[in-house]
Every structure is written in structure tokens, then in C-alpha cells.
Write a protein that binds this ligand. Structure first.
Ligand SMILES: C[S@@+](CC[C@H](N)C(=O)[O-])C[C@H]1O[C@@H](n2cnc3c(N)ncnc32)[C@H](O)[C@@H]1O
Ligand code: SF4
Ligand code: SF4
Length: 339
């Protein structure tokens, strides 16, 4: 039996346009199985496009996938072209957010939330009709990797609707942690349904956090992580992951961040910063993984510390494979002046 990525056989990601993907739409180069506003889910899920996609996987052909960025869920199973309803649903389109992280939002996409509201309304209006059978058959829902769940009326409404349709469903939540309080978790009836929580913090001190997250609240995040850590210790929550996007503003706090994750019985998860605009000076300055960056070698040196092999730490492949560069005398002098 071959190892096959299970996503095309048991997962969907819904976009606010109605397009249905099996995982992150960027990872699959926007290979859509169909549109939920134009076809029934049965037609989409076991339709021509879905079967064509699955066929490639059965022959170990990953031509549609961006394997350099995606996170394949490889398992041994005998894959079929026609499959039962998906077990995992991901809602990942709502970009509404209560803060602005320097590496995530730039001025250009500031007004898009209002633009998306119409599409969200269409999802809400058709939710029961379209999603009831899918949610009834699912076991796990993930949201929201596009914006901030707890800052969005729309996403909160979606959570309530999901629980109403399928009270046995489990949740995986990714959040900036500011509004992920014990009170909100209980009020939304999420506490007993939460199996995975990913909190993005990116710093081990308030000073550094404030440089990265505009309008954030470091102390609130830490308090909420402590609450989630208690849930994990009680055995309800299976996964507690603390995200850290590595930039020139926070790299010095990476080791301290691992220690904090250990205290919380969580995993510190280090991701390289993906630049959105290639030639932007601000982005180049943030992107410490550029070989031309004056702090590049310092980062590589930090990453060689044994603490990053700890079981409470995960460093993504891109960061793991960074190698030191030999600098010319001219570059060394230039870097000295930049310090
Ligand atoms: C877009 S956020 C949405 C969920 C939630 N608001 C949060 O911050 O966790 C999902 C993840 O993407 C990460 N992220 C955002 N912009 C990024 C970038 N330019 N490069 C790498 N990761 C980024 C965030 O730090 C977060 O861990
Ligand atoms: S291999 Fe990657 S892109 Fe392809 S379905 Fe799996 S996770 Fe998605
Ligand atoms: S909190 Fe999440 S969605 Fe909001 S700006 Fe930061 S990374 Fe982006």
C-alpha cells in the first residue's frame, strides 16, 4: 500500500465565493472541485473534477500541488475515486481582524473586509440549505486561518450554526489569542468541543510583540494561553501550538519562546516569513531569511542551538535548511555600520 495525502479523499476547504477545494486553495493552485452555489455537494464531491484530482494521487502524481509550501497528510490507505462525505471541513476566507500584524496586512488590502461582506452574507443566507448534510457527516471543523475568528460576527455565527447542526463536532481553532478567553470559549460552547488550538504570538516579550502586532494585547494573549494550557493539562485539548513568524524584529526571542511553550505544555512553531511584495524595502528588511540580510548569519547561528530540537519545538523545513553565508570584507563592514 502507498502513502497518499488524505486531503482529497476526506477534506474540504470552503471559500466565500462558494468554491470548494480539498485543502488550502493556494497549495492546490486553485484547483476547485466545483462551486457550492451552482451545484449540489454530491455533484461536486464525487464529480469529474474531484475524481480527476484523486486519480493523480492514486498514481502518486502530485502535479496539482505546491509541495514546497503545503503540509501533506500522508497515510497508508487504499484510495478510491468515489468517496463518502468529508470528515474535515475548513472555513478559511473571512479576513476580518481586530489587529494588524506587520507581516500579514499591508495598507493595500485595508478595505477588503467591507468588500467581502456581501459574499459572507450569501454564505449565511444559504448556510442551512447547503451545509447541513456536509456538517452532519463531518467530525472536525477548522477555522479561521484567513482572519480572526473571535473578532468576526460572521465567523462566530458560523460556529454557532455548526454546533446547532452537529453537536458532536470537534473544532480546531487558529487565532491571535486576544479574544480567545475562557468566557467566550464557554459561551460559544466550544470548551468541550475544542481539540486543537493554534495561537499566533511571535514574541516572548510585550515590547517585541508590540512591534509586530498593531492594536494587540500581549497580556491578554498570555492569560488566554494559560487557560488553554490548563485545558490541555485536563486532557480535553489535544494540541496547543504557539506560532512564531520569524522576522528581523523578533528572532532574538526565539529561544525564550521555546521555554515559554514548554511551560505551557505547548509546541513552539517557527515559520519563515512569506513576503507578499517582492521588491518592497520594508518587507526586505523584515525578511531575515534573505542571504543578503545583515542579520542572516545571526539567525542561522541561533537556529543551531539544541533547544530547537526539543519536543516542544517545531521549525519548518525552510528555516531548518538555512546555511551560514561567507561575507565579503565589504559586506562585513557594511553590516557593522547597520548594527
Ligand atoms: C493569517 S493568520 C489567521 C489566524 C489568526 N488571525 C492568527 O493570527 O493566528 C494564520 C497564520 O498565518 C501567519 N501569517 C500571517 N502572515 C504571514 C506571512 N506573511 N508569513 C508567514 N506567516 C504568516 C500568522 O502568523 C498565523 O499564524
Ligand atoms: S499534497 Fe499538499 S496541496 Fe496536495 S492535497 Fe495534500 S496538502 Fe493539499
Ligand atoms: S492576527 Fe492573524 S489575520 Fe490578523 S493580521 Fe495578524 S496574522 Fe493576520
Amino acid at each position: 500500500m502507498n502513502k497518499v495525502c488524505k486531503h482529497p479523499f476526506n477534506s474540504i476547504q470552503i471559500q466565500n465565493t462558494g468554491e470548494v477545494y480539498c485543502c488550502c486553495c493556494f497549495w492546490t493552485n486553485f484547483y476547485s472541485f466545483g462551486n457550492i452555489f451552482e451545484q449540489s455537494f454530491d455533484e461536486i464531491w464525487n464529480g469529474t473534477r474531484a475524481k480527476e484530482f484523486r486519480k493523480q494521487f492514486i498514481t502518486q502524481n502530485y502535479q496539482y500541488c505546491k509541495l514546497d509550501v503545503c503540509d501533506p497528510a500522508l497515510i497508508d490507505f487504499s484510495a478510491e475515486l468515489e468517496v463518502p462525505y468529508p470528515k474535515r471541513i475548513e472555513f478559511s476566507y473571512d479576513r476580518h481582524c481586530n489587529v494588524r500584524c506587520v507581516f500579514c496586512r499591508n495598507e493595500k488590502n485595508k478595505n477588503e473586509e467591507e468588500y467581502n461582506r456581501q459574499k459572507e452574507k450569501r454564505i449565511e443566507d444559504n448556510f442551512d440549505r447547503i451545509f447541513t448534510p456536509i456538517i452532519q457527516n463531518a467530525e472536525f471543523v477548522e477555522l479561521n486561518s484567513a482572519g480572526e475568528l473571535f473578532a468576526s460576527k460572521h465567523s462566530i455565527e458560523i460556529v454557532k450554526k455548526i454546533i446547532k447542526i452537529n453537536p458532536n463536532i470537534k473544532f480546531g481553532i487558529i487565532s491571535n489569542g486576544i479574544l480567545f478567553t475562557k468566557e467566550t470559549t464557554k459561551n460559544l460552547e466550544l470548551e468541550e468541543r475544542l481539540t486543537s488550538a493554534i495561537i499566533s504570538i511571535h514574541a516572548a516579550s510585550e515590547k517585541t510583540y508590540n512591534k509586530l502586532v498593531e492594536r494587540g494585547n500581549f497580556n491578554a494573549v498570555i492569560q488566554n494561553v494559560k487557560y488553554l494550557s490548563d485545558l490541555k493539562k485536563q486532557g480535553n485539548l489535544k494540541t496547543l501550538q504557539l506560532n512564531f513568524v520569524v522576522t528581523s524584529l523578533n528572532y532574538k526571542e526565539m529561544k525564550k519562546f521555546v521555554k515559554f511553550a514548554k511551560e505551557m505544555d505547548a509546541v513552539a512553531f517557527f515559520i519563515n516569513y512569506h513576503r507578499q511584495i517582492d521588491n518592497d524595502e520594508l518587507e526586505k528588511n523584515l525578511d531575515i531569511t534573505l542571504k543578503s540580510h545583515p542579520k542572516y548569519n545571526e539567525l542561522v547561528n541561533i537556529l543551531s542551538d539544541p533547544i530547537f530540537s526539543d519536543e516542544h519545538c517545531f521549525v519548518n523545513d525552510y528555516l531548518k535548511t538555512l546555511k551560514p553565508v561567507k561575507l565579503s570584507i565589504f559586506q562585513q563592514i557594511k553590516n557593522l555600520f547597520k548594527k
